[in-house]
Design a protein around this ligand. Structure first.
Ligand code: E4P
Length: 218
């Protein structure tokens, strides 16, 4: 499974990319606002740090304008994935951009029917928002299960399931168990994936004992 980080904070991205475990980045208008930086500038910087797909979201709601925005974003770097919303105009734009060889991430997916349409429109990624479904009392991960089951029936679909709106490490684990292709994870959740109290305690005990031996490896 690929790990993307869900942030527009360049310092966080640099830090996590240094782990060698980062496969891509997703941003959205809210994350750009949070960064406090001009979108085009920040996206270009991110693309230079992470060689994998970097999602940059369009904000127009009509097809013509969205296509113009998408083409402009796609020119920023080779690894841009243009994000379009799961609307009729968004899917129309997805189809055109995909046919031009641009990666497209269809965002704001909340149903299996929507995911089916995105695959038919040639999306590179479909982004079902699991956390936001959980937030309204629905089961976000059930949606991932449904989409994976549908996509498996049609091997010619090339769309990758990008689990978005991840809130905790269990979302990541469940996504992996279901065979989702990608999880886009906020930096704090990605860091939590490394952690276990027994790892910390065990390491401390080994290092304490090693110090008592008086030896050195180097
Ligand atoms: C990523 O592509 C999505 O925009 C993001 O995961 C949404 O997450 P949120 O529900 O925490 O805002």
């Amino acid at each position: 499974m690929k790990f993307f980080v869900d942030t527009a904070e360049v310092a966080e991205i640099k830090d996590l990319a240094a782990s060698g475990l980062l496969d891509g980045v997703t941003t959205n208008p809210s994350l750009i606002l949070k960064s406090g930086r001009p979108m085009l500038e920040v996206i270009k910087e991110i693309c230079a740090i992470v060689p994998g797909p970097v999602s940059a979201e369009t904000v127009a709601t009509n097809h013509a304008k969205m296509l113009e925005e998408g083409r402009k974003l796609a020119k920023l770097a080779k690894n841009i994935a243009v994000k379009v919303p799961l609307t009729p105009d968004g899917l129309k734009t997805c189809k055109v951009l995909s046919s031009e060889g641009t990666m497209v991430n269809v965002t704001l997916c909340f149903s299996a029917a929507q995911a089916l349409l995105a695959a038919k429109a040639g999306a590179t990624f479909i982004s079902p928002f699991v956390g936001r479904l959980d937030d309204i009392g629905q089961d976000g991960m059930h949606l991932i299960d449904e989409i994976m089951a549908i996509y498996r029936q049609y091997p010619h679909f090339k769309t990758e399931v990008l689990v978005a709106s991840v809130r905790h490490t269990q979302h990541v684990v469940q996504a992996a168990k279901m065979g989702a292709h990608v999880a886009t994870v906020p930096p704090n959740v990605l860091r939590q994936c490394f952690k276990h109290v027994l790892t910390d305690n065990g390491l401390k005990a080994f290092l304490d004992d090693w110090a008592k031996t008086g030896q050195s490896i180097l």
